[in-house]
Design a protein around this ligand. Structure first.
Ligand code: AP5
Length: 227
């Protein structure tokens, strides 16, 4: 039987193409507001690593840079929303990514009378995204994100956040796959900008600037949206 969705005080959505900074900003918002980041990309990568049925189905699709089926992603997100820690409020990073997923989220939230506080579009240029993605690496222990040029750890090879020394790079961060991921974004996810504008919850942030400046703009939006 499915577990009930936990009632949460805030639901924020970060929309944007690969490399827009959704993960970077979601982790900063977690620290600042005590919210919980729910990244369907991270959940799917964990399923792949664990070799679950969903992970086996998702692996090749992710490596090709296409979107995993709505059924799999919605089931994974639904399970995660049933866990107790989400009661602090959630930042959805990488979900929804299709209109079917957006409608499924509306249905899930309506089960507990909840609403989306804000859907924030991180606006960026495609050309810059390839450079951001190809320079990305993360801490294998805590998941903190870094970049070869834009965000290096203070001590080479050592995570600023947890002291971990196992840095890793993603299998789908290759130049040829990034093109497919951007294409999937424009065809299947960008229409959600209009979807949330129609609901009156859309906010936009220019995400081409400095990481801390973007974090400041997002913090203002989050404070207002949580009032
Ligand atoms: P997912 O893991 O969600 O990846 P993505 O959307 O492609 O986004 P990224 O994680 O690549 O980028 P980001 O926006 O988080 O950027 P980041 O902060 O890391 O999805 C992976 C795959 O899983 C998908 O392709 C699909 O197959 C599947 N999937 C996931 N969710 C799905 C769903 N709902 N439905 C179907 N399939 C799904 O930043 C990137 C780099 O840039 C970092 O190095 C960072 O340090 C740097 N950086 C960040 N901000 C700045 C800045 N302002 N200036 C300079 N550098 C910056």
């Amino acid at each position: 039987m499915e577990s009930p969705v936990t009632t949460v005080p805030a639901v924020l959505i970060l929309l944007g193409p690969p490399g827009a900074g959704k993960g970077t900003q979601a982790r900063m918002l977690e620290d600042r507001f005590g919210l919980v980041q729910l990244s369907t990309g991270d959940l799917l990568r964990a399923a792949v690593a664990a070799g679950t049925e969903a992970g086996r189905a998702a692996k090749a699709v992710m490596e090709a840079g296409s979107l995993v089926s709505d059924d799999i992603v919605i089931a994974i997100l639904r399970d995660r929303l049933g866990e107790p820690d989400v009661a602090k409020g959630v930042i959805l990073d990488g979900f929804p990514r299709t209109t079917v997923q957006a409608e499924a989220l509306d249905t899930l939230l309506s089960e507990t009378g909840q609403r989306i506080n804000a859907a924030v579009s991180l606006d960026v240029d495609d050309a810059a995204m390839v450079a951001r993605i190809s320079g990305r690496f993360t801490c294998g222990s805590c998941g903190e994100g870094y970049h070869d040029t834009y965000k290096r750890p203070a001590v080479e090879g050592v995570c600023d956040k947890c002291g971990g020394t196992q840095m890793k790079r993603r299998a789908d961060d290759k130049a040829e796959t990034v093109g497919q991921r951007l294409e999937a974004y424009h065809a299947q996810t960008a229409p959600l900008i209009a979807y949330y504008a129609n609901k009156g919850v859309l906010k936009s942030v220019d995400a081409m600037g400095d990481i801390d400046a973007i974090a400041g703009a997002l913090a203002t939006i989050v404070r207002e949206a949580m009032d």
